[in-house]
Design a protein around this ligand. Structure first.
Ligand SMILES: C[S@@+](CC[C@H](N)C(=O)[O-])C[C@H]1O[C@@H](n2cnc3c(N)ncnc32)[C@H](O)[C@@H]1O
Length: 337
């Protein structure tokens, strides 16, 4: 398998990443780290599938199965999830800066203090932890129990962090029943392309967000280029991610995603293209959203207004069908006499 060279100083098999506060390398060479690798759920491959499901669900069992098999690999910075580790260089500042724009700056060194974030499809906590390090209270959820166990185990080596970071094996739809308007932000990074139903996902995001709250998504566009680069090159040739990780049919264009979010009360604020350099393994922002992109949307403060029924004067000259709709079946906001 071709391994990507990583930026930073190489120390044995581990790369020491310097001066980037959200990176988790403090204990990279410590006995604690070795303890982490000893305790990781090695049985992930042999255990029967342990995945949370709900009746009306975003869950696609074939997708969760892929991640079940990789549940002990999350914190191998040179392994199958190397591209997600390095993506933190873009997505952490993207989330931080957009949240600071909305909520304003807070404590020095912990700019996200007081902000409650839900990290949906958190996997092993690769993004959950750095958001917690910025001071946010973060709940990471994932339907794959072994991934949650890995995340908890990894976090347990930083008890101060674990006062703010918590994990739970469940789906968004399960959580949304008990956490209505509970979060300032929802993050779903590299998750949308693994869902059975993006519409249910959008609806649940709206439900768990406070009015004015932020939704952050990173995902892959549905273009010929994304097929060529994200699937053929990255999976089959370079093996940057395991073969079969992505299904092109599940990719979604920014326009379609924005439209879907809009119809669920979430207005898109910004969309930015992201590009992975396969030689260095690092990401950069790019003008083009043809392959990977990051999106920030905000929950509208008011519910979308139900269609106003027309008055008889307004309907004059209109079709009988329009008249019947206005007079016969007014929506909840119909205020006409
Ligand atoms: C590519 S990984 C991304 C992990 C993490 N967000 C990150 O970027 O480091 C996709 C994750 O989505 C999770 N997942 C799959 N289906 C899901 C669903 N219906 N709801 C929530 N998470 C899901 C998988 O278990 C996996 O952990």
């Amino acid at each position: 398998m071709v391994r990507l060279p990583k930026s930073g100083k190489r120390v044995g098999t581990v790369v020491r990443l310097t001066a980037v506060p959200w990176r988790t390398t403090e204990y990279a060479h410590s006995p604690k780290r070795q303890e982490f690798w000893r305790n990781i759920p090695r049985s992930a491959k042999s255990r029967t599938m342990s995945v949370h499901t709900a009746s009306q669900s975003t869950l696609d069992p074939s997708e969760t199965k892929k991640f079940q098999l990789l549940a002990d690999k999350w914190w191998d910075v040179q392994g199958e999830f190397a591209a997600l580790h390095s993506m933190n260089d873009l997505r952490v500042p993207f989330i931080r800066d957009n949240l600071l724009n909305v909520h304003g700056g807070q404590q020095w060194g912990r700019p996200l203090s007081g902000i409650r974030i839900l990290d949906v499809g958190c996997g092993g906590g690769l993004l959950t932890e750095p958001l917690g390090r910025l001071g946010a209270y973060v709940l990471g959820i994932d339907p794959v129990e072994d991934s949650i166990r890995t995340a908890e185990l990894h976090g347990s080596f930083d008890p101060a962090l674990m006062e703010r970071v918590h994990y739970r094996a469940c789906t968004l739809e399960e959580l949304s029943e008990e956490e209505a308007e509970g979060f300032d932000a929802v993050v779903a990074s590299e998750v949308v392309e693994h869902l059975a139903d993006v519409e249910i996902f959008a609806c649940c995001c709206h439900q768990v967000l406070k009015p004015g709250g932020s939704l952050f998504i990173t995902t892959i566009n549905k273009t010929y280029l994304s097929y060529a680069l994200a699937i053929v090159a990255a999976e089959r040739i370079l093996r940057i991610v395991p073969n079969g990780t992505h299904d092109w049919e599940k990719f979604i264009s920014p326009v379609d995603l924005e439209r879907l979010l809009e119809s669920n009360g979430l207005s898109s604020e910004s969309v930015r293209g992201m590009l992975l350099n396969p030689l260095t393994g690092s990401w950069r922002w790019t003008e083009s959203t043809a392959i990977n992109y990051a999106l920030h949307a905000v929950k509208q403060r008011q519910e979308p207004q139900p269609e106003r029924a027309q008055s008889p004067a307004e309907t004059e000259g209109h079709t009988g069908e329009a008249e019947a709709r206005a007079g016969g079946a007014p929506g909840p906001g119909a205020g006409h006499n």
